[in-house]
Design a protein around this ligand. Structure first.
Ligand code: TXA
Ligand code: MG
Length: 325
């Protein structure tokens, strides 16, 4: 494995690795992705192997733009309006697989829908263009660990399991894309993410949250949304107003309680975009020896706060922390 700077030569080398069925980790504006040729079943299988995913959760296929997306999914007017507004960007659309779609079946875990997204990061775009095929890519971390927002995180988590890591610097959005299901009668937000619920509703009207679905339905529709997913090794305590002496504090805003072993502030100014960008790197930095538990201050449940709170609740949900990293 090598960590390569995002030069033209790197893109050429990475594209040739991908075309040969190998794995390349690459930066997107949300988090780093673990990329494989989305049309190659064996390459996609290697993603699950490298991540140590316990089962085949469906993956997002990354494309250049709406025109390319149309070759793999049944496109719709709603998709068109959303893509016109948010692509390239942090919005993933779930649409019916089209008849001639060459996306690997394993990439969609046998579902008859495809999750598709055009990332805005210039390195991701250059790579997709150079490969000439969609790139399947989950977040580039071992299953159950925190998503990587720096190339070094990928190296720590996956190391020798990938052929190359392209270093594009820190991810500017910092939380994963919003996953919106457009395959049914009405749009459903399956995962809050980098594009807010409110922003989507401003374009297409009312969008239901998947919490509103019957429990089994929600799990079936987005199998990756297991409750404990974004998990640091240490227990996480949410909505704290004060801290105890063995805790690391993930703070937000100006009124921060004293007394933690280490305090990291997501955004002293209370800015949710800044907080999202810092979230995973700060959770990692607090997940270390000398800290018994991670305490988290309340984050407002608006805009990007929905995605931040979703990831925090998942981090707090797991109680079998030992041995998970
Ligand atoms: O920002 C992101 O979305 C990053 C970057 C690399 O693009 N990727 C990412 O992938 O977070 P992953 O695999 O960690 O999450 C994909 C999510 C999962 O919750 C999965 O269940 C859902 O998308 N998903 C994928 N295909 C689906 C489908 N056909 N139907 C419903 N949900 C799907
Ligand atoms: Mg992930």
């Amino acid at each position: 494995m090598s960590i390569a700077p995002p030069t033209a030569a790197t893109i050429v080398a990475a594209a040739s690795l991908l075309k040969g069925g190998e794995l390349v980790a690459f930066p997107t504006e949300t988090v780093y992705g673990l990329g494989a040729d989305a049309t190659n079943e064996r390459a996609v299988a290697a993603i699950f192997e490298a991540k140590g995913r316990p089962r085949f959760n469906p993956l997002i296929s990354h494309v250049l733009d709406a025109e390319e997306a149309r070759r793999f999914v049944r496109w719709s007017d709603t998709a068109e309006r959303l893509a016109a507004r948010f692509w390239p960007g942090a919005l993933t659309l779930v649409l019916p697989r089209s008849a001639g779609s060459t996306i690997a079946l394993l990439a969609t875990a046998g579902l008859d829908t495809v999750a598709i997204r055009a990332p805005s990061h210039p390195v991701a775009q250059a790579l997709i263009r150079a490969v000439g095929r969609p790139i399947a890519g989950p977040s580039a971390n071992r299953s159950g660990a925190i998503s990587p927002t720096h190339a070094e995180h990928v190296a720590e988590s996956l190391g020798a399991r990938v052929s190359m890591i392209i270093d594009g610097g820190p991810c500017l959005v910092g939380v994963e894309s919003t996953v919106l299901d457009l395959s049914g009668n009405a749009p459903v937000l399956l995962r809050p993410g980098g594009v807010s619920h409110e922003a989507i509703e401003a374009v297409i009207g009312r969008v239901a949250l998947s919490d509103a679905l019957p429990a089994g339905d929600a799990a079936r529709k987005s199998p990756g949304q297991l409750t404990s997913h974004y998990a640091p090794a240490r227990p996480v305590r949410l909505d704290v107003a004060d801290v105890s002496a063995d805790e690391g504090l993930l703070a937000f805003g100006a009124n921060v309680p004293d007394g933690a072993v280490l305090t990291l502030n997501l955004s002293p100014a209370g800015d949710l975009a800044e907080a999202a960008a810092n979230l995973f790197a700060m959770m990692r930095a607090l997940d270390r020896p000398g800290i018994g538990r991670i305490a988290v201050m309340p984050i407002p449940e608006t805009g990007l706060g929905l995605a931040i709170n979703d990831r925090l609740r998942r981090a707090a949900a797991d109680d079998g922390k030992s041995g998970r990293r």
